[in-house]
Write a protein that binds this ligand. Structure first.
Ligand code: FES
Ligand code: FES
Length: 140
């Protein structure tokens, strides 16, 4: 083969047919929204999770204004964290994402964006829930 493939097929696949693109209602009390940017390049990623009463992630959606690797990373994580608990999802590391997609070193920050976005979405969800509990009806 003469042409050296710079990217792994998996990246190309997630980039060409990204999974779970879209938005969830950010005002829904079961939805957490993470919006993060990469200082290295200015790309932006929005990732939203819908969490059930058992703390399991039931749905995930993303929108990424960024490079192919950032799109592939976000698409990959949406599939990866669906069905996980908040705790499990919070432990997903960008190095895992990068390894799974065989990202080259210069593209590591793109997968970092995905890790940051998951964390931010979980934080937003938890803050929202604690506010709800704080202002919710006082039990008799
Ligand atoms: Fe991020 Fe070009 S620097 S897409
Ligand atoms: Fe910046 Fe990929 S080049 S997120």
């Amino acid at each position: 083969q003469v042409v050296k493939r710079a990217y792994h097929e998996k990246v190309i696949n997630h980039y060409e047919s990204p999974r779970n693109v879209g938005s969830l209602n950010k005002n829904d009390p079961n939805v957490g929204t993470g919006l993060v940017g990469a200082p290295a390049c200015g790309d932006v990623m929005k990732l939203q999770i819908m969490v059930d009463d058992e703390g399991i992630i039931k749905d995930v959606k993303f929108k990424t204004f960024g490079c192919g690797s950032a799109i592939a990373s976000s698409s990959f994580v949406t599939e990866h964290i669906k069905g996980l608990s908040l705790e499990q999802a919070g432990q997903v590391k960008n190095t895992e994402i990068a390894k799974e997609l065989s990202l080259p070193p210069v593209k590591l920050h793109c997968s970092m964006l995905a890790e940051d976005a998951i964390r931010a979405a979980i934080r937003d969800y938890k803050t929202k829930r604690s506010k709800l509990t704080a202002t919710g009806p006082i039990p008799e």
